[in-house]
Design a protein around this ligand. Structure first.
Ligand code: GLC
Length: 459
């Protein structure tokens, strides 16, 4: 018996149920709550994360030396005094920023939403806020509100506009740095002057209200919640405040302490937030019954870092998107624009490649649900939608035969999604397996999708 087939059989025995074959069982997502509010987000499956701020000016170097670790942490990692870091604003002049172009790049890649940093841990605000002058309009020579431009463009081009906001703030006077292991300055985690916490929360609420009323943000994506002074009760209060301001708002689990525990997830009702945030990884088996989104960099850093050329391949990115969808999750892929206002060309090229794949295969991604098979299949991934399975074949079978574990319900046809004529592929369904005869050459070396139609699969 050929290896692929043996593996498929092994999976079959591993998941055998006596009714004969894998039923297209009720998708665990059906158990998820808040359908109307979460619908667009669940259907979207793919979004663009944008980390943009003053850290793009030093771009990973301080005083002529490369600073280890991620670009947007340079203030902490190079222990830059606040007054020196503030001066970076004078060199932040993104003359080449073009909101329409950024949104077009995201849209052409197949991304349905954008999440942009409005205030990262460094405390600098990338929007026209009344709460502080430490913002792009007041403190930079550029003097324009990039967030306003992006939010308008997103509306115009039909992309959801969403915002990242750091709870920890290395610039706000309510907080102060601790000491690093070597006795130096360590902004992370920030320490709070207890008597100023209420003032800081009022500051946050003022800014978050602005993000909702002036920019109509669809998601609030919190981060920097790990400081000891921020509690689950604070998170719950903030969550309630935000949902009251905008009932349709979606909020990630980092608003409270919920990412402690399993891979950025909290399934427990004691935590607040609408979706989990596994970072730099796609969880091996997803989280059935829970909404989640994997955020990931394209190289090794979120904010622009000049010398980071450790780019993921186009193939890896396409497969990551399919992988996340096959486990019922979203994929939030990051870009770190330069201080001049450009999304780095290696990122744009990769997004174009994903876009070319999406153009042919979007049906196998958007509005799909997790694979109905309990175990991962040896050749790739599976997504599903109503009466269809989408087989994402990463490793094209050498002997031109693709094996699936047994399925309840009749397979009524199969074809390649890349084939405009939907020519029928030969299918052989028995009690012990489904065999699909495929052409000798894979239509796409990254991920070729085979559509399998099933009648009478339990839904
Ligand atoms: C981490 C980092 C931060 C980055 C974020 C994205 O929490 O602190 O720099 O913005 O992950 O998920």
């Amino acid at each position: 018996m050929k290896l692929a087939r043996m593996m498929a059989m092994a999976l079959f025995f591993g998941t055998l149920n006596l009714g004969g074959g894998t039923a297209l069982a009720a998708d665990p997502a059906a158990a998820k709550k808040d359908d109307a509010r979460m619908r667009w987000w669940r259907e979207a499956r793919f979004g663009m994360f944008i980390h943009w701020g003053l850290y793009a000016v030093p771009a990973g170097e301080w005083q002529g030396k490369e600073v280890k670790s991620i670009g947007e942490w340079i203030m902490n990692n190079a222990a830059i005094p606040v007054s020196d870091y503030e001066k970076l604003a004078q060199d932040f002049n993104p003359a080449r920023f073009d909101a329409a172009e950024w949104v077009r790049i995201a849209k052409d890649a197949g991304m349905k939403y954008i999440v942009i940093t409005t205030k990262h841990h460094d405390g600098f605000c990338m929007f026209d806020t009344k709460a502080t002058d430490y913002n792009i309009v007041k403190a930079t020579p550029y003097g324009k509100d990039v967030l306003r431009a992006l939010s308008r463009e997103c509306k115009r081009q039909g992309v959801k506009f969403c915002t990242y906001y750091s709870i920890m703030d290395w610039h706000h006077p309510s907080q102060f740095p601790g000491k690093s292991k070597t006795g130096g300055l360590a902004y992370n985690p920030s320490q709070m002057h207890p008597e100023r916490k209420a003032e800081y929360i009022a500051y946050m609420k003022q800014q978050l209200r602005e993000l909702i009323s002036n920019y109509d943000t669809a998601v609030l994506w919190f981060d920097g919640e790990w400081c000891d002074w921020w509690t689950e009760a604070d998170g719950k209060d903030l969550y309630a405040f935000l949902r009251k301001l905008k009932p349709s708002l979606i909020v990630n689990n980092r608003v409270g302490k919920g990412r402690k525990g399993m891979e950025g997830m909290s399934t427990s009702a004691e935590y607040c937030g609408d979706f989990g945030t596994p970072e730099q990884q796609i969880p091996p088996s997803g989280f059935p019954g829970v909404d989640w989104e994997s955020c990931m960099t394209m190289n090794d850093t979120w904010g622009f870092k000049r010398n980071d050329d450790h780019w993921k391949s186009r193939q890896q990115l396409i497969r990551n998107l399919a992988d996340a969808a096959s486990k019922g999750g979203n994929f939030l892929l990051n870009v770190g624009p330069t201080s001049g206002g450009l999304i780095p060309p290696p990122s744009v090229e990769r997004l174009e490649a994903v876009g070319r794949w999406i153009k042919v295969n979007s049906e196998a991604i958007y509005d799909t649900k997790a694979s109905p098979f309990e175990k991962q299949l040896p050749w790739g991934r599976v997504t599903r939608k109503s009466d269809r399975l989408y087989l994402h074949v990463f490793d094209w079978p050498a002997e031109h035969k693709l094996f699936l574990p047994p399925i309840q319900g009749k397979v009524t046809g199969a074809y390649l999604l890349a084939d405009p004529n939907k020519r029928a592929l030969e299918v052989l369904q028995t009690k012990t397996e489904v065999k699909i005869v495929v052409p000798s050459v894979a239509p796409d070396a990254n991920d070729s999708v085979v559509v399998v139609k099933i009648q009478g699969g339990k839904k």
